[in-house]
Design a protein around this ligand. Sequence first.
Ligand code: GAP
Length: 463
Amino acid sequence: MAKEKKAKANTLSNDYGASMDRIVSLCKRRGFVYPSSEIYGGLSATWDYGPLGVELKKNIQEAWWKDMVRRHDNIVGIDAAIMMHPRTWEASGHVENFTDPLVDCKKCKTRFREDHLDEKALADKVCPECGGELTEPRQFNLMFTTHMGPVEDSGSVIYLRPETAQGIFVNFKNVVDTSRVQIPFGIAQVGKAFRNEITTKNFIFRTCEFEQMEMQYFVKPGNEDEAFDDWKSKRMAWYIDRLGISPQRLRFTEHGPDELAHYAKVAFDIEYEYPFGWQELEGVHSRTDYDLRRHGEFSGKEINYLDPADNSRFVPYVIETSSGLTRSVLVTLMDAYHEEKIGVDKKGNDDIRTVLHFHPDIAPVMVAVLPLVKKDGLAELAKKIEKDLREDFSTFYDQGGAIGRRYRRMDEIGTPFCVTVDYDSKEDETVTMRFRDSMEQIRIPIDGLAERIRREIRSYKRV
Ligand code: GAP
C-alpha cells in the first residue's frame, strides 16, 4: 500500500461481547443479512442475504472454487441434486446415526441439545433458562423429510440432504468414467444443506438451511495420512491468506474418540474464536473407504478404482475438507468488524468510525466512485470512470451528501478503495484515491487507475 499521508486509525473496540449485536444490526441496516420472511414475524433459524450479503457470499464461494478447483489440475467440480434417492442416507449412515440428544424443559418447554448444556444443568437435570426439570434425553434425527409424488406415505419419503458430500460419493464412478482424473484426485461441490437443528441461536452460525463448500479427495489406501496433513494445513492457510482472517483467532481442535462421526478415522476442526467462544468453522476428516464401500453394498454396484499405474484395483480412501459457506460469511464479517477512534469531533467527543476490513478480493464493493459535487460535469466524469472500472471490479457510484460522510458509508460496508472526482480532475485528469484501512489519500492519473487498483489488491496486507 502506498505511503503518502498516513493517518493510521486506532483500534477502539473489537470487543465481540459488545459487537455481536452491532454486527447483526449493521447486517440488517446495510443490506447484508435480513431475518427470513420478516413481514410475517420471521422464521427462526433462517436468514435471507441482501444485496451486499449475496455479493460477499458469492465472492467467498468464488475464491474457494478458484483455489480448490481451477488451481488444481486434479480436482473437478460437480453440482448434484439436493434431493437424492432415500437409500443414499441409509448407506451413508445418516438415517441411523445423524442424531442429537434432545431434552425438553417440563416447565417452560424450551428444547436443548443435551451435549450443549453446561455441567451444572447436566448434573442437576434442570433447565438453564427457568430451573425447571428436564426430560430424559431422546435421540432426534436432524434430517428434514418431505414427500415426492402426490401420496404422502412412507414409500414417498425423501430427505433434504444434510451434507453435500454424498452427492459426490454417489457420482464417483460417473466422474472417473467421464473425466481424465487419476488418483489422487478430488471432487468439489458447493451447495445448500439442511439440518433440523435443535438450538439455532447466534445469528447465521447454526441455521436449518445453510451452504457448504466440500471437497472429497480420493487416495490409494495407505496414503491417507499424508494427504490428510497436507489438506489440513492448506485449508488453515486459505482462511488466513484468502479471506484475511486473523491467525490468532483460528486454531485446530482434534475430535476425541467419542466425538468422531460414524465415518471418521481422524478428524480436526478448524475453529474460530467467535464472540460466544471457540467453535467450528470447517471440518477436515479422514473418512476411510466407508462411504464408497457402503454405497457399493447398498446399491449392489461395487465401487472401486482401477489404477492404471500398476493395474491394482481398490476402494479409494477419502480425505474430506468441509467448510460452511454461510459460516465463513459470519467469520469474515466478525473478523473484519472494527470500531476505531479517528479523532475528536467539534464538541470534544471521540470521533469513531465503523469499518469492515475485508480483504479487497472478497469485498462486496471493491471501488466506490464519488464526484465531489454533482454539478459542473463532475457527476458525468465520475459516472464514466465508474463505468470503465465496472469491467474489472465491483463498483458503486454515490453522489449524495458530504464527501466525509460518503467515505464513512463506504468504510461501514468494507469498500477498500474510493475514487473521488473533483474540479482538478477535469483539468489534469487525475483523481483522489482513498484507502479504507489507513484513510490515506493520494492523487493519481485516471489513465492507469484500474491497473493501480489491481496492484493494490495484489499487494494487500491487512492492518
Ligand atoms: N460432510 C461433513 C460435514 O458435513 P460437519 O462438520 O457436520 O461435516 C461441516 O459440517 C461444516 O458445515 C461445519 O464446519 C460448518 O461450517 C457447516 N455447518 C454444519 N452445520 C451447520 C449449520 N446448521 N448451520 C451453518 N453451518 C453449518
